[in-house]
Design a protein around this ligand. Structure first.
Ligand SMILES: Nc1nc2c(ncn2[C@@H]2O[C@H](COP(=O)(O)OP(=O)(O)OP(=O)(O)O)[C@@H](O)[C@H]2O)c(=O)[nH]1
Length: 414
């Protein structure tokens, strides 16, 4: 479609060309876009909808619509909310942190847009602080996973208390993708971690994920950023070690720790081999009383098994330790190992590379998730799905052909 036919067919195109031109900044303030669009996101959708050539999108406002412009797309009330949450957050008010996390978890599209403005503000705060810190990240992000009953909550209670006693601010984000909007079983963590939840230097938050992996990625990643903005220098992301959530969590933390009970093979069946490969540290829990002997045996088994794994870092070899949250044994040593890992990763530059890769994975996970939603709800596809699925199930239609038909319908009708 050329420019002329676009102009004839869509008078909006003139408007879009105008906002994509250089004059946009001087003559066309974002505020004046408001009657047409609510925000930058909507403008982007608007551009895509009217098939603006990619070059125009590039040259035009997509690249120029910075956070400020996006911010100006908010109405006064929304702007006040962002300002209130932002300043409360960086001053360390827990209520603001809680409200900000609730905002990023929202499924309402407008609230999601407001949350993005807040996230951008927090990100620029991060950049400034990291610059002042000579490139040192604001927080140490640790993922904790293990099968149900491994002793994760008991460990976090004991470990978290030790850290706050040493002057750290600890945030615990509990991820449970099997849960629905309620937040699921991990919601119980607050009641199980009684001492830590009363500690003013600790913040415990279950992360409801609406049952999707994309949900884990989006809300948890953003909650991590907000907690860091709130001054928490250690972020513990807890997840149940069954399913896929631990892989998602491993992709958003600096160090991934696997907690395993001193139990036989049967009880560890749920643990996937892949997740052991992701672990930077394996801790055999409950190494006290009668369980010391089995804990030693399991430790030896894992030490030899992990020797066979491919080396993922040039500076770190995964360690296997024994701990007991009941007696406190091994907990302090474990923290020493964790800080050693953090220092080595930081000085070698591996931490920076890891975080950069994670940012990319985060972006693509979100795109994948949103694209699939978009595909499923597309007008030309939505109605065809049940019939084609039925045909595939009965063997009348090959899955490949059904997929081709749906993709064609999606491509042919914008
Ligand atoms: N002996 C001993 N028992 C422990 C220790 N840590 C936890 N336990 C016990 O193990 C059981 C499970 O502990 P939790 O901390 O609830 O385990 P979890 O991994 O959080 O469990 P889920 O929430 O089901 O995933 C509880 O009965 C604890 O009392 C420990 O260090 N030593």
């Amino acid at each position: 479609m050329n420019t002329l036919s676009l102009l004839l067919r869509f008078p909006h195109y003139r408007f879009l060309r105008k906002i994509s031109s250089k004059s946009f900044h001087s003559n066309f303030t974002p505020r004046s876009l408001f009657p047409y669009t609510q925000s930058f996101n909507s403008v982007c959708l608007y551009c895509t909808k009217w098939m603006l050539p990619a070059s125009d999108l590039k040259r035009g406002m997509c690249y120029q619509a910075t956070v400020d412009q996006q911010t100006q797309g908010l109405c006064d009330k929304e702007q006040r909310l962002v300002d209130k949450l932002y300043s409360g957050l960086i001053q360390g008010h827990r209520a603001c942190l809680a409200e900000a996390i609730t905002l990023v978890e929202s499924t309402q599209s407008r609230k999601k847009e407001i949350a993005q403005v807040l996230i951008q503000k927090v990100l620029s705060y991060h950049r400034e602080q990291e610059k002042l810190n000579k490139g040192k990240p604001l927080a140490f992000r640790v993922g904790l996973s293990g099968p149900p009953g491994a002793g994760k909550s008991t460990f976090i209670e004991c470990f978290g208390k030790m850290l706050t006693d040493r002057g750290h601010k600890v945030s615990v984000l509990a991820v449970d993708p099997s849960s629905s909007t309620s937040g699921g079983s991990l919601l119980g963590d607050k009641t199980r971690m009684t001492e830590l939840s009363r500690d003013m230097n600790a913040y415990i938050r279950p992360s409801p994920t609406r049952g999707t992996l994309g949900g884990v990625t989006r809300t948890t990643n953003e909650a991590i950023l907000l907690c860091e903005g709130g001054g928490y220098d250690i972020i513990l992301v807890e997840t149940v070690g069954v399913g896929q959530s631990e892989f998602a969590v491993a992709d958003m933390v600096d160090m991934f720790v696997l907690l395993l009970p001193p139990a036989g093979g049967d009880e560890l069946q749920g643990i996937k081999r892949g997740i052991i490969e992701m672990a930077d540290l394996v801790a055999i829990t409950k190494a006290d009383g009668d369980l010391v002997v089995p804990a030693r045996r399991i430790q030896a088994e894992y030490v030899s098994a992990m020797k066979l794994l491919r080396k993922r870092s040039k500076v770190w070899r995964p360690k296997v330790m024994r701990i007991s949250a009941k007696t406190g044994e091994g907990i302090s040593d474990m923290w020493d190992k964790m800080t050693e890992f953090h220092d080595l990763m930081l000085t070698s530059g591996e931490l920076t590379t890891k975080r950069q890769k994670q940012q990319k994975v985060w972006m693509w996970n979100l795109i994948q998730e949103n694209m699939l939603d978009h595909f499923r709800s597309h007008l030309a596809v939505r109605d065809k799905i049940p019939l084609l699925e039925k045909k595939v199930l009965s063997g009348v239609l090959a899955p490949g052909l059904a997929a081709d038909l749906l993709l064609k319908a999606f491509k042919d009708r914008p």
